[in-house]
Design a protein around this ligand. Structure first.
Ligand SMILES: *[C@@H]1O[C@H](CO)[C@@H](O)[C@H](O)[C@H]1NC(C)=O
Ligand SMILES: *[C@@H]1O[C@H](CO)[C@@H](O)[C@H](O)[C@H]1NC(C)=O
Ligand SMILES: *[C@@H]1O[C@H](CO)[C@@H](O)[C@H](O)[C@H]1NC(C)=O
Ligand SMILES: *[C@@H]1O[C@H](CO)[C@@H](O)[C@H](O)[C@H]1NC(C)=O
Length: 466
């Protein structure tokens, strides 16, 4: 009996090792020491560097998005010398892991000498399923040097079939406050004609909702958009700092049959996650009234040091992916499971310093950008080492062996356990053959099978509960 138990424990351990797996489910797709641009000619590139229009040390990638064969990167103007603040690379070009970027939509769109430049300093972009690129431009440059405001934040919507600017929505003065800073965006695109964009204000906590059909926006207030003063402590790769940023990560669920989605959201300086039904936000009258307070839900806390940055949701699996800058990690939560069932999909103290953005594209590929933002802001980046990386994996690979995997059907588990046990029985029978009778082996094999079934049920129960 003692040995039977020992075998069951061994089997369980072997199985658990298989289930727990390694948390390194992403691979590096691109990496750069410094960002570079494809100019018309090498001469033009050199004259841009000479004139100070392009200062490579001041260019840092921040947000990313993938649509078809293009990977878009935002390059906010924290300092001067950023020649284009939105650019892309061609995913088809596999000749280099350090591609130079092309400006989007053109060099001209980034000319700051214009009275009203088309693009100033976007932080986040989102491609929708209708072939449009939504760009959230803060229109604030030089936040780490000489801050210059070009106006209130704006939404620019481009047609990705020809890169034409379809529409420009500048936020009305009342929807942008003194310390407003818009850095995150979600787009509810189930209906291409009745699309809604949600822009998060981290500086003066609030949410601006834009209706594509009605061509107007409104501002929503809620206490859950505010930072937690006790959760502003960050310590990343030896650099300690305090931030008090409000509403930040936004992600939309797959629409329900009635067309509405759940918006998951969190402030940056907070460990809490919240949600709200988009029907509440899309009704301007309701959204701007005080009556919506109770419509917002508290999902829970991720725990100590689990302040989350950007987030996105894979609508196929319902898995939410989010970055954990304090933990050099990207994590996941299968929204159909309880909130406590969260897991890391990738953690790396060397190459995932400050995961800044995470996206799932329309081919169910996950993309993560890490940029060492804390060094860029508070120290400096060394041009000799790799500073920026883009990771990728399919969603299926990314959540493999994590708590976010689809619950395994019972027969598969039992047969897996059966395999482990059959191997063990073979070994055991060989051991027993010259000492004990066969009947005893048969009895213990029966005990093992019963144990296996029990264990299988327990594990299944566990994966349902978590
Ligand atoms: C990129 O590759 C895809 C499929 O391999 C192809 O359909 C597409 O035309 C290519 N795009 C460019 C710009 O070469
Ligand atoms: C902030 O973080 C630092 C470094 O991890 C730690 O020493 C300090 O106690 C923290 N402070 C608070 C208020 O949590
Ligand atoms: C969202 O609100 C709509 C309209 O009030 C309602 O029909 C729907 O059931 C709500 N969805 C969820 C997930 O609560
Ligand atoms: C919007 O909300 C208001 C206030 O609750 C309600 O009277 C109105 O019917 C709603 N409009 C729509 C289109 O649901």
């Amino acid at each position: 009996m003692v040995t039977t138990c020992a075998w069951i424990v061994t089997a369980a351990l072997l199985l658990c090792v298989g289930l727990a797996g390694a948390k390194d489910n992403l691979r590096v797709a691109y990496e750069w020491r410094e960002m570079d641009f494809k100019y018309e000619s090498p001469d033009q590139r050199w004259s841009a560097i000479e004139s100070g229009a392009f200062k490579p040390a001041n260019v840092i990638p921040f947000g990313l998005e993938v649509y078809r064969q293009r990977l878009f990167v935002t390059l906010p103007r924290w300092r001067d010398g950023v020649p284009a603040s939105l650019a892309y690379l061609d995913l088809n070009d596999t000749s280099t892991k350090m591609p130079a970027l092309r400006p989007f939509p053109s060099w001209v769109a980034h000319t700051l000498s214009d009275a009203e430049p088309e693009l100033v300093s976007p932080f986040r972009v989102k491609a929708d399923r209708c072939g449009r690129l939504w760009v959230l431009d803060s229109r604030i440059s030089g936040v780490l040097e000489q801050t210059k405001l070009y106006g209130t934040a704006q939404l620019l919507i481009y047609d990705l079939h020809n890169d034409d600017l379809l529409r420009r929505h500048i936020l009305p003065a009342g929807q942008s406050k003194q310390s407003s800073f818009f850095a995150n965006l979600a787009v509810e695109d189930a209906d291409c004609e009745n699309t809604y964009a949600y822009a998060a204000d981290l500086g003066s906590p609030g949410l601006v909702v834009y209706s594509w059909r009605d061509q107007e926006s409104w501002r929503v207030q809620h206490h859950f958009f505010h930072p937690n003063p006790l959760a502003g402590n960050f310590s990343i790769n030896g650099i300690e700092f305090q931030w008090d940023d409000g509403l930040y990560g936004l992600a939309l669920s797959k629409p329900q049959s009635d067309g509405y989605s759940t918006l998951y959201f969190h402030p940056l300086s907070s460990t809490m996650e919240f949600s709200v039904n988009s029907s509440v936000l899309r009704n301007k009258t309701l959204a701007t009234s005080g009556a919506i307070y109770r419509e917002f839900k508290i999902l829970g806390s991720r725990g100590v040091n689990a302040q989350a940055g950007a987030q996105c949701l894979d609508t196929e699996t319902g898995v939410l992916f989010y970055t954990l800058p304090n933990q050099n990690a990207v994590a996941c939560w299968r929204t159909s499971k309880s909130f406590s069932s969260q897991d890391h999909i990738y953690t790396n103290n060397n190459n995932l310093i400050f995961p800044s953005d995470v996206k799932v594209d329309d081919q169910q590929r996950l993309w993560v950008l890490a940029n060492q933002l804390q060094s860029f802001i508070y120290d400096e980046l060394y041009p000799g080492s790799i500073n920026f990386r883009i990771f990728t994996a399919s969603v299926r690979e990314a959540i493999e062996h994590t708590a976010c995997e689809a619950p395994k059907p019972l027969p598969e588990l039992v047969s897996k356990l059966g395999e482990v046990i059959r191997t063990n029985i073979k070994l055991k029978t060989a051991e027993d053959s010259n000492s004990v009778a066969g009947s005893k082996s048969a009895a213990s094999a029966l005990q093992l099978s019963l144990g296996a079934l029990l264990l299988g049920c327990c594990l299944q129960l566990r994966s349902w509960l978590l």
